[in-house]
Write a protein that binds this ligand. Structure first.
Ligand SMILES: Cc1cc2nc3c(=O)[nH]c(=O)nc-3n(C[C@H](O)[C@H](O)[C@H](O)COP(=O)(O)O)c2cc1C
Length: 194
């Protein structure tokens, strides 16, 4: 695949999918996507993202109960829905992830405000790496923030320090469900050279 084809696959021609073909995504592919996405950079190598891959009908029902109405049909049709969460206590794993500076874990443990912003910022970055990695592996994505966070947290992260960030349907998109593509900001509108 040329560089241009790869860029088309992951960004320039890739679309947010709203309808899904009846074609399963093997668990092994979900592992491959994570094993690619995990290499994206995070501050203090914090790796705060935590992902639940919802595949079974019973778990899907729990997920769907928390969705805004406009997100229900597409989520029901998607073979997999990833819950992208972030761990407020990511610092518990810094002894593995940032072993050369043990004081960093202590700093975050004693500063929950810094821990929260670090977890959310880097967990969101990892969510973006995750979507790009999924597309690179040939899997379409459809991200969603239209849901009740408290309900998702109670159903999937009860008793943990993980909080939901956004959801992402995964599978093979049906082009019939695409919305018209909206424009993006041009360089002059979004950037400046300083
Ligand atoms: C974090 C995030 C949350 C989103 N939430 C929703 C949502 O709740 N419902 C929905 O229909 N689309 C949602 N979208 C889809 C966006 O509207 C869509 O990605 C954007 O319009 C670009 O579409 P395109 O990728 O087809 O160009 C979300 C996208 C992202 C990245």
């Amino acid at each position: 695949m040329s560089d241009t084809d790869l860029l088309a696959r992951v960004l320039t021609q890739a679309r947010t999918q709203n309808a899904w073909l009846d074609k399963p995504v093997p668990d092994a592919l979900l592992r491959e996507i994570w094993d690619t996405a995990k290499w994206g950079p995070t501050s203090v190598n914090s790796n705060p993202a935590r992902i639940v891959f919802v595949r079974t009908p019973a778990e899907k029902d729990k997920l769907i109960a928390a969705l805004n109405p406009g997100n229900v049909a597409k989520t029901r049709a998607a073979p997999v829905t990833a819950i992208l969460g972030y761990d407020l206590e990511f610092w518990r794993k810094l002894d593995k992830l940032f072993a050369h500076k043990p004081e960093m874990a202590r700093n975050y443990a004693s500063n929950p405000v810094a821990a929260e912003s670090t977890a959310f910022r880097n967990g969101s970055l990892q969510g973006a790496y995750f979507m790009i990695a999924a597309r690179a592996h040939g899997i379409d994505v459809g991200a969603m923030s239209g849901f009740d966070h408290a309900k998702i947290d109670a159903a999937f992260f009860a008793g943990t320090s993980v909080r939901s960030n956004f959801l992402c349907n995964l599978g093979y998109g049906d082009p019939a469900g695409l919305f018209p593509r909206q424009p993006r900001l041009d360089f002059e509108e979004a950037c400046r050279l300083a």
